[in-house]
Design a protein. Structure first.
Length: 350
């Protein structure tokens, strides 16, 4: 089977079966860029509302470039991987300074922008500018590895680069964006990652080696992932009258620059928590358990244990590195990562 044989069947199938997605209705360079960054490691259905809200607040690149960081992170709250949107803003500033506020119609220049890899550069180049550049993500790697029955590890950059080269060679000159999207769509809706592929609905099933040999579930091949590190944490919901405490994370590292409920390493007892609160020159009046929760990042798991601690009312807005805010402020101003979502209810119910 020659890889170019998949082109026409895929394009015909895509025109008939493509999903109606907001970013496809008006595929400007900015819209494609925003959607592709949001879609990384996030489900399409979850992205739709974020995409609409983001564009309503930041309709253009210049708006993104000058957006206050707290507002930007709040718009991204819940999508995770906050460095993605921070890099978007860095890129937006560069686009304003270097290219007059317009993404350049040049693959290499797009690739050189902060936070943009070969996949995003290929998507923007092909979909928005009609440039013959591939956009190879996990969906595309899965589809191609099954069609060709290639057993190489798709997590290797060398394998991704080879697939990019192979696809660039067979992409149609006149419809590179549609070709890239047809492969993405096939991987997302038919040649799916979990469970058996829907081979009967596949437009290139007659060309697929894995289907012919009954080996669909054997592909793609991936090296075993390293076990995630487990970190135990104690989360404190410190309430000062109608306000509660948050603190800002360091500017570098995991969840950099975001606000969080104060927390400490290890699982502390009630007595240890009360001592820690007293060290902040606060007077604890009541403490109760707030249950356990778990949040999984790519390389680490947080196993959390929470306490609600009510303290004697003070007019001070700060205690150590803690900042006391009211509920309204937190909703509109201070982005708290979804890692702490299990503990929000203890603040909202009081």
């Amino acid at each position: 089977m020659k890889l170019e044989e998949i082109t026409e069947p895929l394009l015909s199938w895509y025109e008939e079966n493509k999903r109606d997605l907001p970013w496809r209705r008006e595929p400007t360079p900015y819209h494609v860029w925003v959607s592709e960054i949001m879609l990384q490691q996030t489900r399409v259905e979850a992205v739709k509302d974020y995409y609409r809200r983001f564009l309503a607040e930041l309709p253009g690149i210049r708006d993104l470039a000058v957006c206050p960081e707290n507002k930007l992170l709040k718009l991204w709250e819940g999508l995770g991987y906050y460095n993605r949107v921070k890099n978007m803003q860095k890129a937006a500033k560069e686009i304003v300074e270097e290219y007059g506020g317009n993404i350049p119609p040049d693959y290499e220049k797009i690739l050189a922008l902060p936070g943009i890899g070969s996949y995003t550069a290929g998507a923007v180049s092909s979909i928005a500018f009609g440039l013959k550049k591939p956009a190879v993500d996990g969906n595309v790697l899965r589809v191609i590895s099954r069609i060709t029955e290639n057993g190489e590890d798709i997590l290797k950059q060398s394998v991704k680069r080879r697939v990019e080269q192979e696809l660039e060679a067979v992409m149609p000159e006149d419809r590179p964006g549609a070709f890239n999207q047809s492969l993405m769509e096939l991987g997302a809706t038919v040649c799916i990652p979990n469970g058996m592929a829907k081979c009967d609905a596949c437009p290139v099933r007659h060309l697929c080696g894995a289907r012919a040999h009954g080996t669909v579930l054997d592909f793609p091949k991936k090296a075993a992932k390293k076990q995630r590190r487990i970190e135990e944490k104690t989360v404190l919901l410190i309430q000062n009258g109608q306000e509660y405490a948050i603190c800002k994370r360091p500017d570098k590292g995991l969840l950099a620059g975001l606000y969080e409920f104060p927390n400490m390493e290890g699982w502390l007892t009630q007595e240890e928590v009360l001592s820690a609160v007293e060290e902040l020159k606060l007077m604890p009046l009541h403490i109760r358990a707030a249950g356990e929760a778990k949040h999984i990042f790519s390389h680490v798991e947080w196993h959390m244990k929470g306490y609600v601690v009510k303290v004697a009312t003070t007019e001070e807005k700060k205690a150590g590195n803690l900042l006391f805010i009211n509920k309204k402020e937190s909703k509109g101003k201070y982005p708290i990562p979804s890692a702490f979502s299990a503990y929000r209810k203890y603040i909202e119910e009081d």
